[in-house]
Design a protein. Sequence first.
Length: 88
Amino acid sequence: MELVLWVVGIVGIAVLFSIPARRYEKRTGKKLGRHAASGMMSVVNELFNPSAANAAVILEEQKERRTAIPSPEDKDFAKNSITIVLPK
């Protein structure tokens, strides 16, 4: 019974301290940063599931990679005609 009271107390304090953050997010429409929790979870992921951590690194690299923008000279649609072939 004492453990239940402790858990209820801790949850109540957490809810009480999160009220200003929720009001700020509701008023401005912006989400507050959750970067610290993300960093902690990536460490746990690295320790207990290394393949998932490697996949997360690869996804992050793909997200940040640079792609070449084609120049206007590469697009010569004006010279070529487009042919659409319909099945009979």
